[in-house]
Design a binder for this molecule. Structure first.
Ligand SMILES: *Cc1c(COP(=O)(O)O)cnc(C)c1O
Length: 431
């Protein structure tokens, strides 16, 4: 399989190049040259397949034989070493819990895949590979942990000063070793911009091998499609087959893009909903047909504080930039901080289920948008214990903190300060 840039169908690169570069030279995002359809067989008994079995089958067309099949199979098993249960919250709404990995957030899955795919491709390189990652919270910790102590790879995590929760920050600033945390005096959009500039900087690229680990990298994006199948498999086990609606709390729209790819490959999802906080650029586009990026606004669901979602161009690419078509596939829904708090409180009281602020938008969008006969499944993208400052005052008690999170909280944070400029970042990288 080859991969093209969203800015030019003529540029076709190998999997290795797409993964190592992250972003195409023309600033486009890579897309698979075609999206294969899975056999009907695969879906007929999907409910009997394990998570790694599903993962191997659905990703094989993209990653093999560039990665030999037996090696890829082992890689998938190693990356997916925790469960992703679909938990029933109400008669019609299920929560797909993506937080059972090392940093308690869905980005663990993409990051664990990417680390293993990259280390397959760099095994024969002489120079170290440098991963630059901009984070609004969860990406940094997932990537840092996914790559921690992987030989030949250095990770630089850029995060906005004061805009990341204490728990999130500790999950990457306490690691050390091959992980450097850079505290940027600016917003997440600044961090993202500087990383993009760094990839296009001539001097940096001459001196260093740089790659990205943001959701723009295909090695992170494509594996995220696995759990859409696995969630569906679990609904099938529960006797649900048709009229399944997936709802995805969205920021950079990588997660939902992976779902749309799964649907294109044949996964019988009736439709998708995209839930956002007040950074409602895509819901606005769905309504009006106009895409107007804005500076991001800070909210209590801060991993979705994105004013110019990077994967939006991939969604346009999937549907030939036709607004009518995109609108048919995705329904948008946005929520204020007060609505999110109200939702967390209500679902705790009525359903005895603790949502995190991101998952709460997904749950509420389903509550609003599900039609009669439909079953909804929202992606619970993080564990509520990662956002105690939001969740605990709302539910009026402590959230039980899983052991693996406690371990981070006891560590000593370390980071370097930087202003929001490429020059400053370059100084750190070239040191
Ligand atoms: C990153 C993140 C999101 C948004 O995912 P995108 O792929 O950027 O749309 C939602 N919730 C949580 C907890 C996240 O960390």
């Amino acid at each position: 399989m080859k991969f093209y840039s969203t800015n030019s169908q003529d540029v076709k690169v190998s999997l290795k190049e797409a993964v190592l570069k992250g972003l195409a030279a023309d600033k486009g995002l890579y897309m698979p040259e075609y999206i294969p359809e899975l056999e009907k067989d695969f879906f007929d008994n999907i409910q009997d397949k394990t998570l790694p079995e599903i993962g191997f089958e659905v990703l094989k067309p993209f990653f093999c034989p560039d990665i030999p099949e037996d090696k890829f199979k082992a890689l998938v098993e190693d990356a997916l070493n925790f469960d992703i249960p679909a938990v029933k919250v109400t008669d019609d709404i299920y929560s797909l819990e993506l937080f059972h990995g090392p940093t308690l957030a869905f980005k663990d899955i993409g990051a664990r895949f990417m680390a293993r795919i990259l280390s397959h491709f760099v095994a024969d390189q002489k120079k170290d590979i440098n991963i630059l990652v901009a984070t609004s919270g969860d990406t940094g910790s997932a990537v840092a942990n996914g790559f921690y102590k992987v030989p030949g790879i250095n990770v630089f995590v850029l995060y906005p000063k004061g805009l990341v929760s204490e728990v999130q920050e500790k999950q990457f600033t306490t690691l050390g070793e091959n992980i450097t945390s850079i505290e940027v005096d600016g917003t997440f959009d600044d961090c993202q911009r500087i990383v993009k500039e760094a990839f296009l900087d001539k001097e940096l690229n001459e001196k260093l091998i740089l790659t990205s680990a943001n959701s723009i990298n295909l090695a992170r994006l494509l594996p995220q499609s696995i759990y859409y199948y696995y969630g569906y498999a679990q609904l099938r086990k529960a006797g649900i087959k048709d009229d399944v609606v997936y709802c995805v709390p969205s920021g950079n729209f990588g997660n939902i893009t992976a779902g749309l790819v799964a649907q294109t490959m044949g996964l019988p999802v009736k439709r998708f909903m995209a839930a956002t906080n007040i950074n409602d650029i895509v819901p606005e586009y769905l309504k009006s047909g106009l895409y107007s990026p804005k500076p991001s606004k800070a909210t209590i669901a801060n991993a979705m504080d994105v004013g110019d979602p990077s994967n939006f161009v991939r969604i346009l690419d999937l549907y030939d930039s036709k607004h009518e078509l995109v609108k048919k596939k995705i329904e948008g829904c946005s929520f204020t901080d007060d609505e999110i708090r109200e939702g967390v409180k209500r679902v705790d009281e009525k359903e005895n289920y603790i949502l995190d602020p991101h998952g709460a938008t997904g749950y509420m969008a389903l509550e609003k948008g599900l039609q009669k006969g439909e079953k909804g499944i929202f992606l619970e993208t993080a564990h509520p214990a990662k956002f105690p400052e939001v969740v605990e005052p709302v539910i009026g008690r402590k959230v039980v903190v899983p052991e693996r999170l406690k371990a981070f909280m006891d560590g000593t944070p370390k980071s370097v300060a930087s202003n929001a400029s490429l020059e400053d970042l370059k100084a750190h990288l070239l040191k």
